[in-house]
Structures are given as structure tokens and as C-alpha cells.
Design a binder for this molecule. Structure first.
Ligand code: ATP
Ligand code: MG
Length: 280
């Protein structure tokens, strides 16, 4: 008979950033396994304490926050405009993102009252900017973006958090035939900026936008969903023209960059400092 680490032991070791080959160890006896676990835990805890000491010396910020800063600096340098819109969203705005075929998924939304919710996406508020700015800058391309918290009731899982950080950028006024190439160019620049390699494009259907393009990492993890207009939903906003939109999940980017199999170490929370567990 052979023994592997128990689920509880594995969770602890994973938290302490044990290597894959350490997690996969097998033992002939349970005693031997438990002794090895204790030894491994001791070593990894020591390493974590050392890292903590370094953090106390040098300071630092969570990976999602540093990605947010890097990407926003980059996009502004490309001439894009950052906006900051309310976290509270009206039902009427949100409902304009859905059609009769694909009704608003009420149960996924954190409703504050009958008319307001915690925004599950940024697009409705960016539509408002698309409208205002198109009027003021007719016929010429411009781009706006927002980075900030979004909220969704998910049937939880290792790749979903109920609070996460979205980067949504929209570029208006490109020639229709340029949108696809521009999408790939922007994706390449953003991934390049944060050093994320091995991403690829996947074509999928989206309930919100009909045909969309997803960007996934080397393991197939969805990092971003992208869409293009003119689009049927534009009419609900009174918007006409071409546009290109990319929506990235920053925790997904962080998770992929850090080589994690779950989101929690990089998501909003406590009990961790810069991803490092504090129960050491
Ligand atoms: P998924 O299919 O992975 O549930 P989605 O297609 O519903 O995601 P989108 O509406 O496309 O999500 O949102 C844009 C991006 O936001 C996603 O590509 C993903 O990176 C991120 N994202 C969406 N929901 C969550 C969540 N609950 N937790 C963390 N990131 C999320
Ligand atoms: Mg998606």
C-alpha cells in the first residue's frame, strides 16, 4: 500500500508554496508520510518567515496592485485615458447589457436594493464615456479604460472570487478592418508589459456580446474577454460607430504569473501579506 499527503496536508503545503514534486511524494507508511510532512512544513515555514522579514525591510504591494499600476501607466503612455466610475451601478444601466435572449442573470448580482447593485462589470459605465466623448471627438479614435473592483455571486471555485479586479478598456473610432489586428496588438503589449508569456486567442460565444474573443493562458485559463462593435446592444445606449473592448481579470493575470492553481492567494483578503500566509 502507498500513502500520499492528506487533503489537509496538501492544502497547507500548497499554501506554503511547496514544489509540485514535493506535493506528489508517495510513502510506504502513513507514519513516514506524517514525519515528512512535519519536516517539510518546518522548512517551508522557515522560508516564509525569511520572506516576511524581507517584506518588513523593503515594503511592498500586492501583485494585483502592482499589475494595476504597471498597466495603467502603460495605457496612459499610449495616449489612453483612465476613468474612475462608481462602484454602485443602476439596474437600468446594467440591464442594457442584456437582451431578451440573454436576460440579466439576477442571481449573480449583489443587489443593494431594487434599483442598484455592486457593479458586476465595468462596460455600462464605459458606454457612458463612449457616448460623451464620441460627441466631443467625432471621427477620431480615442480610448478610455478603468481598473477597479467588480462583484459577482459565483458558485465559488478556485478561479472565481466574489470580489475581483477588472481592467476594461475600450477604443472607439477604429476602422472596422483594423479592429482584429489592434486587439492582438493591445493584448500583446499588455501581456508584454507584465511579462506574461504563452497566452493565446480562443474564439467563444458570450451571453453579453454574441461572438467574443477570449485570451487564455498556457493552461487554458481565461484571462480576458474581448468584443467589438458595431454591436446590437449599442442601440440601447444610442451609440453608433466602431469600437473594440478588452476586459481582463487582474487576479487571473496574477494567478497565471505566479504559477498558482487557485486565485485566493492573490485575491482580496487578509491573513496573507503579498500572498504570503501569516499562519506561520
Ligand atoms: P469565467 O467564464 O471565467 O467565469 P466570464 O467570461 O464570466 O469568466 P467576463 O465577463 O468575460 O467573465 O469578465 C472578464 C474577465 O474578468 C474574465 O476573463 C476573467 O479574467 C475575469 N473574471 C470574471 N469573473 C471573475 C471572478 N468571479 N473572479 C475573478 N476574475 C473574474
Ligand atoms: Mg469571459
Amino acid at each position: 500500500m502507498s500513502f500520499q499527503f492528506t487533503a489537509e496536508q496538501l492544502a497547507r503545503l500548497r499554501d506554503l508554496e511547496a514544489k509540485a514534486q514535493e506535493l506528489d511524494l508517495t510513502f510506504e507508511e502513513a507514519d513516514l508520510r506524517d514525519q515528512t510532512f512535519l519536516r517539510l512544513q518546518k522548512r517551508l515555514t522557515g522560508q516564509a518567515r525569511q520572506k516576511l522579514e524581507e517584506i518588513f525591510q523593503s515594503g511592498g504591494r500586492p501583485l494585483v496592485e502592482s499589475l494595476s499600476q504597471k498597466i495603467s501607466d502603460q495605457l496612459v503612455a499610449l495616449g489612453m485615458i483612465q476613468v474612475s466610475t462608481p462602484i454602485i451601478m443602476s439596474r437600468s444601466r446594467l440591464s442594457r447589457m442584456f437582451s431578451d435572449d440573454h436576460p440579466l442573470p439576477e442571481e449573480q448580482v449583489f443587489w443593494l436594493d431594487q434599483k442598484r447593485c455592486l457593479r458586476p462589470m465595468l462596460a455600462p459605465h464605459l458606454y457612458e464615456y463612449m457616448l460623451d466623448l464620441s460627441r466631443l471627438r467625432a471621427e477620431r479614435p480615442f480610448a478610455v479604460f478603468e481598473i477597479g473592483p467588480c462583484f459577482r455571486k459565483e458558485s465559488q471555485g478556485s478561479k472565481h472570487a466574489s470580489e475581483f479586479t477588472m481592467l476594461n478598456l475600450v477604443e472607439v473610432g477604429l476602422k472596422a478592418q483594423e479592429r482584429q489586428g489592434r486587439l492582438l496588438q493591445l493584448a500583446g503589449e499588455i501581456f508584454g508589459q507584465i511579462g506574461l508569456e504563452g497566452w493565446r486567442v480562443e474564439r467563444v460565444d458570450s451571453t453579453v456580446y454574441g461572438q467574443t474573443v477570449d485570451l487564455v493562458d498556457h493552461s487554458g485559463l481565461e484571462l480576458a474577454s474581448c468584443s467589438m462593435g458595431p454591436h446590437p446592444l449599442d442601440a440601447k445606449w444610442g451609440f453608433s460607430g466602431t469600437w473594440l473592448g478588452l476586459g481582463f481579470g487582474l487576479e487571473r493575470l496574477a494567478m497565471s504569473l505566479a504559477g498558482l492553481d487557485r486565485l485566493s492567494p492573490v485575491a482580496r483578503g487578509f491573513g496573507r501579506l503579498l500572498g504570503l500566509p501569516l499562519n506561520i
